[in-house]
Design a protein around this ligand. Structure first.
Ligand SMILES: Nc1ncnc2c1ncn2[C@@H]1O[C@H](COP(=O)(O)OP(=O)(O)OP(=O)(O)O)[C@@H](O)[C@H]1O
Ligand SMILES: [Mg+2]
Length: 384
């Protein structure tokens, strides 16, 4: 399924980013394999690429940690990541980094697209979808629901433009409501306005998640013969359940009423105890009927890979281009069969994948045109 169009990085430039002073990599849209010893800078480079998507990057690090560390520095390093993105309509330069005009003591990430400042990071998501898998995500099924919501919401961004803005607006209203309730002030009208914002944004958040889950379920099922086990996915949550059999307007009313009713409970808890911020992504190993959290480590990894590949196929068919994949140390945890299958699926998707590992031998079977790069001490050495 070679896609007609694809978005890929032609050239990546990082400056003052983590262990990198200044580094340039010309990939020309090909997939990239980064190899090198522990601490060489492989994950750092993947993290740099992940900043070409909205959000906090694949480490979810505070912005101040990302800049190259200098002895006796009194202010955070002004790091930057930029890329020439190959798209349908030609090459688009994009860039991101710390905002030099942010007031002292505050840090802000700014984005430039095509030489101009973008109004928000969302502009990046409109150009490219970036999907990653890191060793930390091995605990995605075992840990709490927030990681799973984030993982899934990143997929939803790819299909619903307003999703990220709705999440921000919902969370802002929720925080404000919680603060008022905790302080025991806030008149009824004020609380009602915040709950109204939570209800409208909340229902659109849940509806976008449900629509994505439904399409993802279908995308998973298409590929019955795969080295990666099929995942059964579902969303659990009060609003999600209501939306199954009520029109959105009714669900908004119901959520508004529920929030009002729970004011005393939420005041005591110091948090909103109901709403889409409590929803969970429920994943089962379909063939075994086993909850993902109770599958073996390798099976959980394979389930995750199956999910992101399915999302990759869905993105390719709905957006015209597959995502750019960042797969940190994924090859090392797979048996030889699954490794080969992964490389074949990436090639079939026609995507640009960035993979890392300590050992070059792990990547036998990658497409012939792959660019191999040796990383050492923040230096990139592409193989000719
Ligand atoms: N802000 C920073 N400034 C300078 N160096 C940093 C900064 N943050 C992290 N580093 C260093 O960058 C180095 C490379 O880290 P990275 O995680 O990219 O290694 P890696 O090649 O992925 O190694 P591994 O194989 O162990 O995963 C580490 O030694 C780390 O301490
Ligand atoms: Mg690493």
């Amino acid at each position: 399924m070679e896609t007609a169009s694809r978005v890929a990085i032609e050239r990546l430039t990082v400056s003052e980013f983590r262990c990198y002073g200044a580094a340039v990599l010309t990939a020309e849209g090909r997939s990239v394999v980064l190899t090198g010893p522990n601490g060489a800078g492989k994950t750092n480079l993947l993290e740099a690429v992940s900043f070409l998507a909205p959000g906090r990057g694949l480490r979810r690090a505070p912005l101040a940690d990302v800049g190259r560390r200098r002895a006796n520095a009194t202010e955070p390093t002004r790091w930057a990541v930029s890329a020439r993105l190959m798209t349908d309509t030609g090459v688009v330069p994009v860039g991101t980094g710390l905002d030099p005009s942010a007031p002292p003591g505050t840090l802000r990430r700014i984005v430039r697209v095509d030489g101009r400042p973008a109004p928000s990071q969302t502009a990046l998501a409109e150009l490219a979808t970036i999907q990653w898998l890191t060793p930390q995500m091995d605990r995605l099924f075992a840990d709490g629901s927030s990681g799973r919501r984030r993982f899934f919401d990143r997929m939803v961004y790819g299909y619903h433009k307003g999703h990220s803005a709705a999440l921000t607006a919902y969370e802002q209203a929720m925080r404000e409501r919680t603060r008022l309730l905790r302080e025991g002030r806030g008149d009824d009208r004020w609380l009602a306005a915040l709950e109204d914002a939570m209800a409208t944004h909340g229902v659109s958040i849940s509806a976008a998640r449900l629509a994505t889950a439904e399409r993802l379920v279908r995308a998973v099922r298409v590929r019955s013969e795969s080295a990666f086990p099929q995942a059964d996915i579902a969303l659990s949550g009060t609003v999600e359940a209501w939306l199954a059999d009520k029109p959105a307007a009714e669900v908004e009313d119901a959520l508004r009423a529920l929030l009002r009713e729970r004011r005393p409970i939420d005041a005591a808890a110091g948090a909103a105890t109901e709403g889409p911020h409590r929803a969970d992504l429920v994943v089962h190993h379909a063939a075994k009927g086993m909850p993902a959290a109770q599958c073996s480590t390798g099976e959980q990894k394979a389930l995750l890979i199956g999910l992101i590949l399915a999302n990759g196929r869905l993105t390719a068919s709905e957006r015209g281009s597959p995502p750019i994949f960042l797969l940190d140390e994924v090859a090392a945890h797979l048996d030889a069969n699954r490794r080969r299958a992964l490389f074949e699926e990436l090639a079939a998707l026609g995507c640009q994948a960035w993979l890392s590992g300590t050992d070059r031998g792990l990547f036998d079977g990658m497409a012939a045109e792959t660019l191999y790069v040796t990383v050492e001490d923040g230096q990139l050495r592409p193989e000719s």
